[in-house]
Design a protein around this ligand. Structure first.
Ligand SMILES: *Cc1c(COP(=O)(O)O)cnc(C)c1O
Length: 418
């Protein structure tokens, strides 16, 4: 099975599930994000099945794709959530997610965000510094609540991924240094409005090997043992997210291999519930960005296809030099040329793909593949470009799950001083 299992050609036309992409463009315009609910469901179920009888909770990392329809689909499947802001908490609640299955990560939770999460009775705060711990205790005290807490410990393992998305090295801003974890757990034990619930780590994103995850798990278990001798009970072990997906030629472990390996690494600790926080691997290959060719421009040096999507819609190529496969929605027997696929934004960094061999004509539709994660959620309004529409497909049903923004939406909050 291809890694784009829900996006296939039928009679030379690219379909999402049972719907031709061209039909979606005709109805909703371009650029638009299109998600396959079947692909999301099948990723969730792969995680769920791989855990088998192991006590576990899947907490989908909301920041990968925070559309309410995506969150609602996952909530209905039984998923929990990993949030990194008060805004994401509000989305989870709005989408029907269960706060009792929600963990709150992030290095800079504000007091207000802590209050909202305490009021919602979330499952756990993943605390990233001593000062945050003390603040959480204070806020919980004011609210006469007890805050369920994990410390996010930085295991200092190299995830071998892009430096911007590597988070588990000792020089990164994330987590509490392993050497300080016991001292801060001992402090947490003394704080009246903190209840120690778990132990947490997250080492990075788009990991394509299993070894760093296992190394981190072993370091967490060593720490867990030491905490047990201090009479600190760890109810759950949160091993974070970070499983990579295939964008090009990468060969990340499958969801099943990854979960089986985590279960094996932790098999001597069946009392501890295992939590994971997958984002990209849940939705990355379940979505595409559909864009239309505006112009073709041929110079003696290069061929450009100027499309109606840009870096404001999909930042990953510009930000990380990330590769996204690009497919024409119509397969045709014309001559292929080497194209630079670029957007209309006034930045040389505004590209979606370099050196792509395609047979193109004006008005063709291109599918930027694997755009379900960190696509729409990282989009912006740079160049006063209204954000793309979002569409979710289920079999032959097409649902608009976020309307295209209008320019009026963009300046609605602005004022000219009188
Ligand atoms: C971003 C993030 C995740 C999700 O990472 P993916 O690579 O999308 O799986 C999980 N946990 C935390 C704390 C994160 O910051």
């Amino acid at each position: 099975m291809s890694h784009f299992s829900s996006f296939n050609y039928r009679n030379n036309q690219l379909y999402v599930e049972d719907v031709p992409l061209a039909a979606i463009a005709a109805e909703f315009g371009t650029p638009c994000y299109i998600y396959s609910s079947a692909a999301i469901r099948s990723a969730y179920q792969a995680f769920e099945h791989a855990f088998g009888q192991r006590n576990h909770l899947i907490c989908y990392a909301v920041k990968a794709n925070s559309n309410l329809a995506v969150l609602n689909l996952l909530a209905r499947l039984g998923s929990g959530f990993d949030i990194v802001s008060g805004g994401e908490l509000q989305r989870v609640l709005k989408a029907g997610g269960d706060p009792q299955k929600t963990v709150f990560s992030g290095v800079g939770k504000t007091r207000e965000e802590m209050r909202a999460a305490l009021a919602a009775n979330i499952l756990c705060f993943n605390v990233e510094s001593e000062m945050e711990l003390i603040t959480l205790n204070e806020i919980a005290g004011q609210m006469k609540k007890i805050a369920p807490t994990s410390l996010r410990v930085n295991p200092d393992v190299d995830a071998n991924t892009h430096p911007y998305i590597s988070t588990g090295l000792k020089e990164n801003k994330f987590g509490i240094p392993a050497a300080e974890a016991e001292r801060i757990y001992a402090l947490a034990q003394q704080l009246p409005n903190i209840r120690i619930a778990g132990l947490d780590c997250h080492i990075g994103s788009q990991l394509t090997e299993i070894e760093p995850f296992i190394e981190a798990a072993h370091k967490m278990l060593d720490l867990l043992k030491r905490l047990q001798t201090m009479h600190i009970t760890i109810e759950h072990l949160d091993l974070g997210g970070g499983l990579g997906v295939r964008y090009d030629q990468e060969t990340p472990p499958t969801i099943t291999e990854y979960i089986k390996a985590l279960c094996t690494a932790t098999e001597d600790y069946p009392q501890q519930q295992l939590l994971i926080e997958p984002g990209r691997s849940m939705v990355g290959n379940a979505g595409i960005l559909l864009t239309q060719v505006c112009y073709l421009k041929h110079s003696p040096y290069r061929n450009f296809a100027i499309v109606d999507a840009a870096m404001n819609d999909l930042l990953r190529p510009t930000l990380y030099q990330a590769y996204h496969a690009i497919q024409s929605t119509t397969k045709r027997d014309a001559e292929e040329k080497l194209y630079q696929i670029v957007g209309p934004v006034c930045e040389t960094g505004d590209f979606l793909g370099h050196d792509r061999r395609l047979a193109l004509a004006k008005d063709d539709l291109l599918a930027i593949m694997s755009a379900g994660a960190y696509g729409m959620s990282m989009s912006s309004n740079y160049n006063t470009r209204p954000r793309a529409a979002e569409i979710m497909v289920e079999g032959d049903a097409v649902h608009l799950v976020r309307a295209r923004e209008t320019v009026e939406d963009l300046y609605a909050l602005e004022k000219i001083p009188s």
